[in-house]
Write a protein that binds this ligand. Structure first.
Ligand SMILES: *Cc1c(COP(=O)(O)O)cnc(C)c1O
Length: 173
């Protein structure tokens, strides 16, 4: 958290269009922060896709919540937005939406469902720095998002991650 890290947080938030950015040691750590920020706890169901890096789902288990897998769409290899509603139960608290391989999920559909069913939305943008949905950067649609700067990602610091949000309360957590 020296001056370079703080400068990077500021620059990244401005570049991506987020109010807040918090540098982490990994994308996985940023996902953990996102679950806490969304109030996910023991026994909650969190929707996610199984076709992703493992931490998209293991971050949910680490908080004693239960990952509920939604099938992917074979044209995008991302979550099939038409199968989200069927997976929602009274226990569902949040959705981890993975923008895999730099391809943005249809966030218009995801956010419409989330608002209707009062779910929190966490964008796993670990593979999608700079990816756009309808001209707007990923990581700006949901309640918060996670980026990774691991050595094999679109933007790399060796190891590292970023938690981003536009919500002041989540920043304060
Ligand atoms: C890499 C990756 C992560 C985790 O990032 P790390 O910095 O390696 O912890 C999470 N989700 C997806 C989709 C990833 O590709």
């Amino acid at each position: 958290y020296g001056p370079q890290c703080q400068a990077f947080e500021k620059e990244f938030a401005a570049w991506n269009g987020n109010k807040h950015a918090i540098f982490t040691n990994s994308g996985t750590a940023a996902l953990h922060m996102a679950l806490v920020a969304c109030g996910v706890g023991a026994g909650d169901h969190v929707l996610v896709t199984s076709y992703s890096w493992s931490s998209s789902a293991t971050c949910i288990i680490h908080h004693n919540a239960i990952p509920i897998f939604v099938d992917i769409d074979f044209d995008t290899i991302n979550i099939d937005v038409n199968k989200i509603e069927k997976a929602i139960t009274k226990k569902t608290k949040a959705i981890v939406v993975v923008h895999l391989h730099g391809l943005a999920v249809n966030m218009e559909k995801v956010m419409a469902i989330a608002r209707k069913r009062k779910l929190k939305v966490i964008e796993d943008a670990c593979q999608a720095h700079g990816a756009l949905f309808k001209g707007k950067k990923v990581g700006t649609f949901g309640d918060c998002a996670a980026f990774s700067f691991n050595q094999n990602k679109c933007l790399c610091t060796g190891e590292g991650g970023m938690f981003v949000t536009n919500n002041d309360d989540m920043r304060a957590l």
